[in-house]
Ligand binder design. Structure first.
Ligand code: FAD
Length: 389
């Protein structure tokens, strides 16, 4: 594709900025239109498995204060913290996949990605309200301004305007669960939560994950619980510590101590969506949560948006003037959609397994966890190198 082509990216989240960064590395220019007046992310963490880490390293965008999970993953029983399974990630991750697993603060990741795009790429306060395809694509913004582009990439998240403009509604179904999240200062957290481990506590109808963040300054806490009537899919909705604690009645006191330190936790309804049948229409395509929103049970949503970005940039860079960008977008979708569909479906099924009530099914699940090796078993997720597909 010609370096003079105008590529517009709608949305300056993790996926949109990663797209601009990979396009830049491929010698293509883009403009990112972000609705917010500043680049910002919610105060929360992300787990970055090898499939994400290797791409961030390629962009020189792995935040310096990312915490390597030296101890690894640990599954614990809700009542007393019995370790059901553990996985040492220090050596095995590198041996199997050539990379490590880290935890990142979302804001640090966004800043690192922003530093990987040329100055002037991001235009803030630009909320896209319509996308019209003619000889070029015309974008209309809420402030009344217009822009034209040859290719448009909708990286505008789960409530995507671009997806709606393409006539691809992703009708949500309520998953019946919601997530609490909080950052706890390390000084207020029990020592168990300060270890470089991602600890997953599982129990009837609930689970909770915690890990240290930002060089160990914080502990990130995400819990998934049953929900009735909390249908707001937004991190700006909050709850109280008492509400959070009441969900974990009778759980291990170390976990309850961590929840007691959680300040004003956020609460986010988890909505589920079936995979889309297509992402691209002519010169317009979708990326990240706009294309494939998924429940967070594999911690892969952001990773998939960065993988999309790497593959899309390569497809566009290798598009010839003869076949044009539409063929490149088709190729991108062909390469990416089977994988993200599989992850959407796997994430959909995972909640049930994590939330089994105590009984024979739970006992055989725990035995399977103890005997299993999720790092190897999920090699299709962690071993994928988006720079080489
Ligand atoms: P977003 O981050 O939603 O960014 C979209 C951007 O577009 C925003 O900046 C928004 O302001 C902008 N925008 C929206 N509409 C418009 C418009 N009309 N015009 C202009 N701009 C617009 N993923 C992981 O990889 N690891 C994890 O550990 C992990 N944990 C998670 C835990 C929870 C509880 C949840 C809910 C998700 C988790 N995820 C995780 C998933 C991850 O957060 C998302 O998949 C990821 O943020 C998607 O990035 P995105 O850039 O596609 O969308």
């Amino acid at each position: 594709m010609s370096a003079a082509a105008e590529i517009a990216v709608i949305g300056g989240g993790i996926g949109g900025l990663a797209t601009a960064a990979f396009l830049h590395r491929a010698g293509l220019r883009s403009t990112v239109y972000e609705q917010a007046r500043e680049l910002k992310e919610v105060g929360a963490g992300l787990m970055a498995a090898p499939n994400l880490t290797r791409l961030l390293r390629e962009l020189d965008a792995l935040p310096a204060n990312a915490v390597p999970l030296d101890i690894g993953w640990e599954f614990r029983r809700w009542q007393d913290g019995t370790v059901l399974s553990s996985e040492d990630l220090r050596e095995s991750c590198r041996t199997l996949y050539g990379e490590r697993t880290y935890t990142l603060h979302r804001a640090d990741l966004l800043a690192a990605l922003a530093a990987a795009v040329p100055a002037g790429t991001v235009r803030l306060g630009k909320r896209c309200v319509s996308v019209e395809v003619g000889s070029r694509v015309t974008l209309r913004f809420e402030d009344g301004s217009l822009a034209e582009a040859d290719v448009v990439i909708g990286a505008d998240g789960v409530h995507s305007t671009v997806r709606a403009a393409l006539g691809e509604p992703a009708a949500p179904t309520y998953s019946g669960t919601c997530a609490f999240r909080a950052l706890v200062p390390a000084s207020s957290a029990p020592s168990l939560a300060l270890r470089p481990a991602q600890t997953l506590w599982i129990g009837p109808g609930h689970h909770l994950v915690h890990y240290p963040l930002s060089g160990g300054r914080w502990v990130n806490l995400v819990a998934v619980v049953p929900a009735v009537g909390h249908a707001t899919e937004s991190w700006s909705a909050t709850a109280t510590v008492e509400e959070f604690l009441s969900e974990f009645e009778g759980w291990d006191e170390r976990l309850r101590d961590l929840i007691r330190a959680s300040g004003t936790p956020g609460r986010w309804a988890l909505l589920d969506r079936a995979p889309l049948k297509r992402w691209s229409h002519g010169p317009v395509t979708l990326l990240g949560d706009a294309a494939h929103p998924m429940l967070p049970f594999f911690g892969q949503g952001a990773a998939q948006s960065v993988e999309d970005a790497a593959v899309l940039a390569r497809c566009l860079a290798s598009a010839s003037s003869f076949t044009g960008p539409e063929e490149a977008l088709r190729r991108y979708e062909e390469l990416r959609r089977p994988r993200t569909t599989r992850l959407q479906e796997a994430s959909h099924g995972r909640g049930h397994v994590n939330h089994l009530p105590d009984g024979p099914e739970q006992e055989s699940r725990d035995l399977a966890f103890a005997a299993g090796d999720s790092l190897r078993d999920n090699g299709w997720i962690y071993g994928y190198d988006a720079s080489r597909v």
